[in-house]
Write a protein that binds this ligand. Structure first.
Ligand SMILES: Nc1nc2c(c(=O)[nH]1)N[C@H]1C(S)=C(S)[C@@H](COP(=O)(O)O)O[C@H]1N2
Ligand SMILES: [Mo]
Length: 534
């Protein structure tokens, strides 16, 4: 194609693409204002019902587990921020397209934007804790968006005949009819105003939810009737870069499907114990506070933890034994699973015999390291089960325990490709030395943690450059339900080295060398790290 052939069309292309860009902008502004209005309505109705959060939660539930692993691997605990940002980007592109369509093929843009609203309504109503009111944020928000879009785009269309009417020549430069530029800018201004006011309003209203933080701050937990054994002085080697024996709450890994942390007021909380039981009952917060509390150190770990990963942590939990709750409910013969459900629709299927085991301290926990549970770790109450991965046991914001069977029911992750049973595999990790902190040649301290919850660790061995296994020294521990630090010293010359670690549990079982990915029942294999020695 020659330049000459192109040029006759050029002016009109330029004019129309300019209009298209304004229309696309109108789409983005209207869509943004609509989402902001949806946030505002959601702040009144229910935070989880907003278009963004209900949509995001639906995406989280729908993505295949493999993809979710990749997301956690790539973005770590930022996966939620990344999800919301990508949703924002997709919605912005869709809104721009809607603006363009509304200009070119009315009312296709309104229809597209309306369709997003309908999807928002449907996904909100499908959320586990939804009430019919949950339809409102997307319905109202996207309704507003469609109105604003139509108002803005109408002002981008040339008004036919206007140039003829103004025969005095003022509109001579717009022979195709005048575009109401002022009107367009006014509508855009109103749109931005609506968005800003709605966002500000929703911020102010959602500050009410920090009320739960305030409730938590003021809460005084009962003292433990059965306190945990003291942590032996030798349990924590206190080496730089070595994970401390007890993980501070602020550093404790967080894994859940909740895009917004559920805000549960203890006064509104209750635990329903039901299903295949002779004596179903509901426990209120005040009743729970009267029960004799116990304290136990338990190491939690996530099935998604990669070999060498940090989705594992150890805390002191305060709570009431689940065993005692089940004794009161009297499970019926034939039941073999307890399906625990959370306020936000998560569920975990835990073997009934594990929860009834008199030798296993499974807690309905309310305290973590001497404080009420942090909001993101399940305030006001969660389950803690030594020896099982979190996805089959550690339900946060727990609101019911249903005694049932593995035949009849399944937890959240089971239909998503993870095993119904999730015993924790033996794990060991090298924390010291780090690649970023190269030691000097000679005797090099190597240290880390190892865990085999509810069995205990009896040995940790380290190997340098494929040589002989060296038995490390084990730090002390409170008991078999927590991880254990270990350390040793290995002579290394300057240069690159590779270190490997493997643990043996108290039953004599050696951690397998066979590599497995996290899905469907937990990663395995020995961790190897590369280090430099100076
Ligand atoms: N309500 C709820 N509880 C949940 C989850 C969840 O997604 N929702 N995730 C589970 C998983 S997979 C793990 S590993 C643990 C993590 O607990 P933490 O975030 O306190 O470390 O919580 C469990 N409890
Ligand atoms: Mo997990």
């Amino acid at each position: 194609m020659t330049r000459a052939a192109e040029s006759p069309a050029a002016p009109s292309v330029e004019r129309s693409s300019g209009g298209a860009a304004w229309a696309a902008l109108a789409g983005v502004l209207a869509g943004g204002a609509g989402l902001a209005v949806a946030e505002l309505v959601a702040a009144v109705v229910a935070p989880g019902a907003s278009t963004l959060f209900a949509g995001g939660a639906a995406v989280v539930d729908a993505v295949p587990p493999g993809l979710k692993d990749v997301a956690v691997e790539w973005f770590g605990t930022n996966d939620k921020a990344v999800l919301l940002a990508s949703m924002g980007l997709v919605l912005a592109l869709g809104a721009a397209l809607a603006g363009w369509l509304e200009l070119r093929r009315p009312p296709a843009g309104s229809v597209l934007m309306g369709a997003v609203g309908v999807v928002g309504v449907v996904v909100a109503l499908l959320r586990p804790s939804a009430t019919p009111l949950w339809a409102l944020p997307s319905a109202i928000g996207l309704g507003v968006a469609v109105l604003l879009l139509r108002a803005a785009v109408a002002r981008l269309r040339p008004v036919p005949g206007r140039s003829e009417a103004s025969a005095d020549g003022t509109a001579a430069e717009t022979p195709g009819g005048a575009v109401n530029r002022r009107g367009f800018l006014a509508v855009s201004g109103i749109t931005v105003g609506v968005a800003v006011l709605a966002l500000a309003g929703s911020r102010v209203l959602s500050m009410g939810s920090t009320a739960i933080s305030a409730v938590r701050e003021k809460l005084r937990l009962p003292a433990a009737r059965t306190p945990a054994p003291a942590v032996p002085a030798g349990a924590d080697l206190k080496l730089d870069d070595l994970a401390p024996y007890v993980t501070p709450n602020a550093d404790f890994y967080r894994i859940d499907t909740a895009l917004i942390v559920p805000q549960v007021n203890p006064q509104d909380w209750s635990l329903e114990v039901r299903g295949l039981v002779d004596e179903p009952f509901t426990l209120t917060w005040d009743e729970l506070m009267e029960l004799p509390m116990e304290e136990h150190y338990v190491t939690l770990s996530c099935v998604s933890n990669a070999v060498g990963g940090d989705l594992v942590g150890n805390a002191l939990w305060l709570g009431y034994p689940v065993r005692a709750l089940l004794e009161r409910a009297k499970p019926q013969v034939g039941a073999d699973m307890v399906l625990s459900r959370s306020d936000d629709g998560f569920s975990a299927g835990t073997p009934l015999d594990v929860l009834q085991d008199p030798d296993r301290e499974c807690l309905l926990a309310i305290g973590m390291n001497g404080e009420p549970l942090p909001l993101e770790h399940g305030f006001p109450a969660r389950l803690v089960v030594p020896g099982l991965y979190g996805y089959v046991s550690a339900t946060k914001w727990v609101t019911s325990l249903e005694v049932t069977t593995f035949d009849a029911d399944e937890g959240y992750w089971t239909p998503r490709g993870w095993d119904a049973l999730g015993p924790i595999k033996i794990g060991s990790r090298i924390d010291v030395p780090r690649l970023s902190a190269p030691p000097s040649a000679g005797a090099v301290t190597v240290a880390g943690v190892a865990w085999a919850q509810h069995t205990g660790i009896s040995k940790v061995e380290v190997q340098a450059d494929g040589g002989d296994w060296v038995t490390a020294e084990l730090a002390e521990t409170v008991g078999r339900d927590t991880w254990r630090q270990w350390h040793t010293s290995i002579d290394l010359e300057a240069g690159y080295h590779s270190l490997a670690v493997r643990a043996t549990d108290s039953d004599g079982q050696v951690q397998t060398e066979t590599k497995a990915p996290p899905a469907p029942n937990g990663a395995s294999g020995w961790q190897t790290v590369s280090i430099t020695v100076q």
